[in-house]
Write a protein that binds this ligand. Sequence first.
Ligand SMILES: Cc1cc2nc3c(=O)[nH]c(=O)nc-3n(C[C@H](O)[C@H](O)[C@H](O)COP(=O)(O)OP(=O)(O)OC[C@H]3O[C@@H](n4cnc5c(N)ncnc54)[C@H](O)[C@@H]3O)c2cc1C
Length: 308
Amino acid sequence: MTATPESRTGARVQRLALARFTTLGVGGEAEVWVVTNHEQLAEAMEEPYRILGGGSNLVISDQGVPERVIRLSGPLAERDLTPDPDLSDPDRIVTGWVGGGVPLPGLIRALQKLGYSNLEGTVGIPAQVGGAVWMNAGTRYGEMFDGLHTLEIATPAGLRVVTPDDLRWGYRDSGIPRNHIVTRVRLKLQKRTPEEVLAKMTLADTARKGQPKMKTPGCAFKNPGGVGAGRLIDEAGLKGTRVGNALIAPEHANFIVNLGGATAADVHALLDLIRQRVGVPLELEYELWPGEVQLGASLPAQWALEPT
Ligand SMILES: Cc1cc2nc3c(=O)[nH]c(=O)nc-3n(C[C@H](O)[C@H](O)[C@H](O)COP(=O)(O)OP(=O)(O)OC[C@H]3O[C@@H](n4cnc5c(N)ncnc54)[C@H](O)[C@@H]3O)c2cc1C
């Protein structure tokens, strides 16, 4: 067994299976650094690292990853929704700091109760605030950048505080370079009634009705050229296909679910199969850690690639 190093700043360092930190529930071991303040974070960033949020967009290899995996905790996972008196008025609220490690679903519920609008379109996204901001997660009813006032970002060169205007953000993209870490944000919100906010949340929630309820990292592929990837996978006859304990969901073919005990290899095999059988190139929606596997490399014998 390899000894885990001590952190000089007091970060908690442990070798852990990453599966427990992902919504799919697969992933081997890595050295996990749980950091609760900027000093610990700076130390964790001294060696190659990855930042893990809610693990809701990840398929992590059964072998884990060689880099340190950083998780934000303590004050970096707390929220202060008190309106800043200097920046807020009766209609517009600018909050205190909300940590990058804060779970997004709980934040959205809390904002609804307060009658604070702008982020309710992101309801149902099982991310952390930092991960959701990093990729500007959202739905047709709204996205993270609808509600951001200020962002604090840890970069290899130190801490930066920026506004959305400083970033080239766009559709599912914050413009923040990979491995720059969103440590905290301040939110910019409109004052509404809780009922008004709830009504919009319900709309966004209703759009998810057909999605599977099992362990999954969300949609597997982006929609190519406006055509639903789920429809293409369904038309290729793959709905309900199972490899090991991973399944192409019968409810929606663009979701791969873990039936219990699935491995990353099972999921890779299904991704390969889909890419092989669907006639058009498909771009992955989620990330594979440590990197994209070669097409066909993970297919079990019964799914062997046909010669091209
Ligand atoms: C059931 C389900 C439904 C979903 N629905 C949607 C949807 O409607 N819309 C949508 O956009 N997405 C959706 N997703 C996908 C996923 O929730 C988003 O991609 C989300 O932004 C991932 O955030 P996370 O915190 O889980 O990040 P992770 O999955 O942990 O990581 C994803 C990436 O973000 C980086 N990251 C994580 N935290 C930080 C941070 N603090 N600073 C910088 N980078 C960071 C990671 O390094 C990694 O590169 C869904 C997923 C599931 C499982």
